[in-house]
Ligand binder design. Structure first.
Ligand SMILES: NC(=O)c1ccc[n+]([C@@H]2O[C@H](COP(=O)([O-])OP(=O)(O)OC[C@H]3O[C@@H](n4cnc5c(N)ncnc54)[C@H](OP(=O)(O)O)[C@@H]3O)[C@@H](O)[C@H]2O)c1
Length: 314
């Protein structure tokens, strides 16, 4: 396993980290039994994965992780969780709600201290309200020793241009130790401003949802590239219609998914790449893909030329 420093936290984190949300939600959505979930977590630990990401919003993931991690020394892994800043009706939660949310996460995770507490799906629209009303609550928990570092995960589905991340890093870089954002073959826009700013301010970047969903679903990938061709964003003959990324498969790259994780890991601003798989065979593939993270330079450059300017349109 490769380890990288998570920005100014100084934490040494595994390049492959485990995400308990996404479409699979630690097997809650894919029919895993409790034993299967425990086996998956144990396999992560055995492989050297030391960062586990979760949220109050991922069903029972916090409690499942706590069960799976039982027995592992607390200082052998980094636990990251998240709290929502909006209620289900889209209204700002109160500072008391935020405090209760964190206390509840600590109980479900069965720990006295969580390493990274992140505002979940943060966007620029609520940025100043959250900084003013909710950030002081996290600061108080940090002073009490219940949180080590503070961050947020972006709302990529809404802000494809990483507007929230850029706003945060241009306005108050000192407030944010860790940021979770999406960067991948079809979503390269973080490389424009967000990742350079993170490097400048030594903010730890956790790459989320790097392959979901179009790189794992060939029909969606085909449709996406066909749409870009129709819109003139990708030249007609640049890649084949039926298998647009098949040319990436050669030498030690055995699938488009493997290429996706490799690309996701290959940026100097990225410390770790979450994988949200619920399958041990898939986990093995993903670990292998990131053992030797880089694509060959020629393929990486071709991906940047093909998609580097258009990720914003997804
Ligand atoms: N805004 C946010 O806060 C936010 C948003 C998104 C994600 N996240 C975090 O980031 C984590 C990672 O995102 P994600 O779960 O979307 O991760 P991902 O690793 O990009 O994608 C996971 C999906 O890809 C499939 N997959 C993974 N490896 C595969 C392989 N080798 N072969 C075939 N299919 C494969 C999984 O299915 P299988 O289970 O069948 O393998 C699952 O459907 C989340 O779990 C969550 O912790 C945070």
């Amino acid at each position: 396993m490769i380890y990288r420093t998570l920005g100014r936290t100084g934490l040494q984190v595994s390049l492959v980290s485990y995400g308990s949300g996404g479409p699979s939600k630690l097997g809650q959505n894919t029919g895993l039994t409790s034993n299967d979930q425990d086996r998956l977590i144990h396999r992560c630990i055995d492989a050297g994965v030391n960062l586990f990401d979760t949220s109050e919003a991922y069903g029972d993931s916090e409690a499942i992780l706590a069960r799976g991690l039982k027995g592992a020394p607390r200082d052998s892994y980094v636990l990251a969780t998240k709290c929502r800043y909006l209620d289900r009706g889209g209204v700002m939660r109160t500072p008391e709600d935020i405090a209760r949310s964190i206390e509840n996460s600590l109980v479900r995770l069965q720990v006295d201290c969580v390493d990274i507490l992140q505002f979940h799906v943060f966007n620029s629209r609520h940025y100043f309200d959250v900084v003013e009303q909710h950030y002081p609550v996290l600061k108080r928990f940090q002073e009490q020793g219940k949180i080590r570092f503070i961050g947020f995960s972006e709302q990529f589905m809404v802000e494809h241009d990483h507007k929230g991340v850029v706003l945060a890093l241009e306005t108050h870089p000192e407030l944010w130790d860790v940021i979770q954002l999406k960067y991948g073959i079809l979503n390269q826009s973080a490389a424009w401003k967000a990742l350079p700013l993170a490097i400048e301010h030594n903010v730890g970047i956790v790459n989320m949802a790097a392959v979901r969903i179009k790189l794992v679903r060939p029909e969606l990938l085909r449709d996406q590239v066909a749409e870009w061709k129709r819109e003139g964003l990708v030249p007609q003959n640049a890649v084949p219609d039926d298998d647009p990324l098949g040319w990436l498969i050669h030498d030690d790259v055995d699938s488009v998914i493997s290429a996706g994780y490799k690309f996701a890991a290959d940026h100097p601003g990225i410390s770790t790449v979450l994988t949200g798989t619920s399958s041990i065979p898939h986990l093995e593939d993903n670990l292998k893909a990131m053992e030797e993270p880089a694509l060959v330079e020629h393929d990486k450059r071709r991906l940047q030329e093909l998609f580097g300017e258009i990720a914003i349109y997804i």
